[in-house]
Design a binder for this molecule. Structure first.
Ligand SMILES: [Fe+2]
Length: 266
């Protein structure tokens, strides 16, 4: 059971989204993505991961872009070496597709852009800022990540505790259990299991948000092996490359710096 605040769609616009987001580092928005859209995306991603010929091993079918696929043992948590337990691909509409000629993830990407727009509008309204125009959400990366464990051990970290280098991260409901978020419960830090149904979206704040709002603590999260197979989708909402961040770096410099710290092979 999650301890995170949950908003139903009808509540948006009536309640301040930013206060709970700052306090918990995350909130859950219910029924934000049509269930069939999320289900279809998970199905297609599962097929693509199971059939390397469909997408992953055929970058030649996509001459304009890198495949977007990152195998295991390439990226990992900063300072902890490459992660052998998962692989992923990054989808961008019009630039990368799941299978050549098919843009099956467009509806999910579109739905997540709508969610990002709503969240940014609420944050702008409360904070009197203009994040909506600084963020690159129409071209946000949608990542499908698959864990490669074939065992169940909730004490085993498939992806260690970390904070995202994003403004916001949208975790898409429908993934198997395994996501845990750190929350303070009765004065103590605890890992809370979060399993979201199809349609729901968890919005977590990243380290860029923290730069703008230092009182807000970025969402500490990890993936544990509580299911023998886990496929997840999440989308990162980041500033456009030319945006000057509060720490004095351009967003492009920030991303180049942090990526160099988590990417172990090129
Ligand atoms: Fe993350």
């Amino acid at each position: 059971m999650s301890h995170l605040p949950t908003f139903a769609p009808w509540a948006l616009g009536h309640f301040d989204l930013k206060a709970p987001l700052d306090r918990y580092g995350a909130i859950i928005l219910r029924e934000m993505v049509p269930k069939e859209v999320a289900q279809q995306a998970y199905l297609q991603a599962r097929i693509a991961f199971a059939d390397p010929g469909a997408y992953i091993a055929r970058p030649e079918a996509h001459p304009q872009a890198r495949s977007g696929y990152t195998p295991p043992n390439v990226e990992g948590k900063m300072g902890q070496g490459p992660n052998p337990h998962r692989h992923f691909f990054d989808y961008r509409p019009g630039r990368r597709s799941l299978a050549p000629g098919k843009d099956v993830l467009v509806p999910l990407h579109r739905a997540l852009c709508r969610v990002a727009k709503i969240a940014l509008r609420e944050i702008d309204h409360v904070a009197r800022r203009r994040f909506s125009s600084m963020m690159d959400y129409p071209r946000a990366t949608l990542r499908a990540a698959e864990c490669l464990n074939d065992f169940v051990d909730p004490g085993f970290e498939l992806f260690p505790s970390h904070r995202d280098f994003s403004f916001l991260t949208l975790f898409v409901g429908g993934a198997q259990s395994g996501l845990q978020v750190e929350q303070v419960v009765r004065g103590e830090k605890k890992w809370i299991d979060v399993t979201l149904p199809f349609g729901d979206v968890l919005i977590g704040i990243g380290t860029i948000y923290h730069q703008y709002f230092p009182q807000a603590v970025p969402l500490q999260h990890r993936i544990v092996a509580s299911s023998p197979y886990r496929l997840s989708f999440f989308s990162v909402i980041d500033p456009r490359k030319h945006v000057l961040l509060p720490n004095g770096e351009l967003a492009s410099q920030f991303f180049a710096r942090v990526m160099a710290q988590v990417r172990y092979k090129r």
